[in-house]
Design a protein around this ligand. Structure first.
Ligand SMILES: NC(=O)c1ccc[n+]([C@@H]2O[C@H](COP(=O)([O-])OP(=O)(O)OC[C@H]3O[C@@H](n4cnc5c(N)ncnc54)[C@H](O)[C@@H]3O)[C@@H](O)[C@H]2O)c1
Length: 448
């Protein structure tokens, strides 16, 4: 298959590289000239574990190339994927589809012969209809089938997710697209990843419904965590106790500072807007969005409380800035709101993140300073706040930290550590939803 991938960000680049790895011939296209120049030099513009190797191998094999100009690759392609951004539109929270529609116009002018145009970007129900309308209006001769094929990869594990998806969702209206879609995913299909064929509209909605459900699950356990704190229960025990029920499942049941990232915040909001526009409000998700928005500043209040009720003039060391570990993506990271709220309360912030500091700098107040290690960040700090659970922060040397800090105060917003351990190290310790020490894990460990 000859593939043109429009948009070479987290999704476009990973998908393009993986399709090339399956043996297809792929051209990744992006308007951002700097990104394409970097890729041509063999540099990967984003941090995604394993992506550099797979890109290098497929470039060397002649199956993967990069360009800013879509005309030739689109004319040549059997399939054109749209993987451009669909951020929240300023002002109203709807998905901003201007990049998708602009890409559709450009594709329409460049395509030759029968072409399958596949929307991989996350787009509201009905976008496929509009993409098809735009292509036919721009080029009445166009012989096109417009397909919806939402992407479910997670940053930080994107290659594995792309190559071993739980399912591949394909929404078609034109039967001619079925065979090429099976062909392009054949290696995964042979590995028993089911392909779910649906109508285009159902496929578009599947993506939003999936993300909204996961965001709701996280928000649910966050509220249970708050209740645990009030009633003297431990959210990790509750989470395990409910997660072992197959109907519930254990994933996305980790209490923390609220969801962030490039997908959940904008996708929940876009679903809420679509539903309202169609007179079918999804109040569960409206509430999920509202709870999550408030939660981030509530986490800052937790830090203030841990510091004795006042952080004015105090130094707070923040560990982890990206919205989750193993990515440099700062979009809607909880750290942004938490740091802002702490600065509003008069604190001085020293931050450390293993890969996200460059991406964070333009988004954070210029008074934030950056440290090269957790220990450098902790020097002279009145409290240490763990916001993103990078592996590097899972075995900190608390003796060393305590010596460096002004006060041994630790706020662990990811429940990485245990209260007993932290007490042993002489730290005052605050975590999320752990109103009581729990012995369940200890008993189970003994039984094993
Ligand atoms: N990031 C994720 O984990 C993830 C997962 C699943 C789905 N998605 C969805 O995939 C889509 C892309 O997300 P992303 O995180 O890769 O975005 P991104 O911002 O990292 O990348 C989008 C890229 O598209 C380029 N672009 C925009 N218009 C273009 C055009 N007309 N021609 C060529 N290039 C153009 C931009 O320059 C940018 O590099 C979004 O709809 C997102 O919701 C993202």
């Amino acid at each position: 298959m000859k593939i043109a991938m429009i948009g070479s960000g987290y999704v476009g680049l990973v998908s393009g590289a993986c399709f090339a790895d399956f043996g297809h011939s792929v051209v990744c296209i992006d308007k951002a000239a700097g990104k394409i120049e970097a890729l041509k030099r063999g540099e990967i513009p984003i941090y995604e574990p394993g992506l550099d190797g797979i890109v290098a191998e497929n470039v060397a094999a002649g199956r993967l190339s990069f360009t800013t100009d879509l005309v030739e690759p689109v004319a040549d392609a059997d399939m054109v994927f749209i993987a451009v951004g669909t951020p929240s539109r300023r002002g109203d929270g709807h998905a901003d589809l201007s990049y998708v529609y602009a890409a559709a116009r450009e594709i329409a002018l460049a395509m030759k012969g029968f072409t399958v145009v596949v929307t991989k970007s996350t787009v509201p129900v009905g976008t496929g209809d509009e993409v098809e309308r735009i292509i036919r209006e721009t080029n009445p001769e166009a012989d096109v089938a417009v397909v919806s094929n939402p992407e479910f990869l997670r940053e930080g594990a994107a290659i594995a997710d792309f190559k071993k998806p739980d399912r591949i969702v394909v929404g078609i209206e034109d039967e001619r697209a079925r065979e090429p879609m099976v062909e392009v995913y054949r290696p995964l299909y042979l590995n028993y990843s089911p392909i779910v064929f649906t109508s285009r509209r159902s496929s578009e909605l599947i993506k939003y419904a999936a993300n909204a459900f996961l965001a709701m699950k996280i928000t649910f356990i966050n509220e249970i965590a708050d209740l645990c704190e009030q009633v003297g229960a431990d959210v990790q025990a509750v989470s395990r106790g409910i997660g072992l029920d197959n109907r519930i499942g254990s994933k996305f049941l980790h209490a923390g500072p609220g969801y962030g990232g490039s997908c959940f915040p904008k996708d929940t909001l876009a679903l809420v807007k679509t539903a309202q526009d169609h007179g079918s409000a999804i109040r569960l998700i409206e509430t999920t969005v509202a709870i999550n928005d408030q939660r981030k500043r509530a986490m800052a209040r937790k830090v203030v409380q841990a510091c004795g009720g006042d952080v004015r003039g105090k130094v707070i060391a923040v560990l982890g800035l990206t919205f989750k570990p193993r990515t440099d993506d700062m979009r809607e990271a909880p750290s942004l709101s938490i740091i802002q709220a702490l600065q509003d309360a008069g604190a001085r912030i020293v931050a450390h993140d293993p890969v996200g500091m460059e991406a964070a700098k333009p988004l954070l107040d210029e008074r934030v300073s950056y440290a090269a290690s957790p220990y450098e960040a902790a020097a002279g700090a009145d409290a240490l706040v763990l916001i993103t659970e990078w592996d590097q922060f899972r075995a900190l040397d608390f003796g060393r930290l305590k010596e460096a800090m002004t006060a041994p105060v630790m706020v662990d917003l990811r429940n990485v550590y245990s209260r007993e351990d932290m007490a042993r190290h002489g730290f005052s310790y605050t975590s999320v939803g752990r109103g009581a020490d729990d012995h369940g894990e200890v008993l189970e460990a003994a039984a094993e």
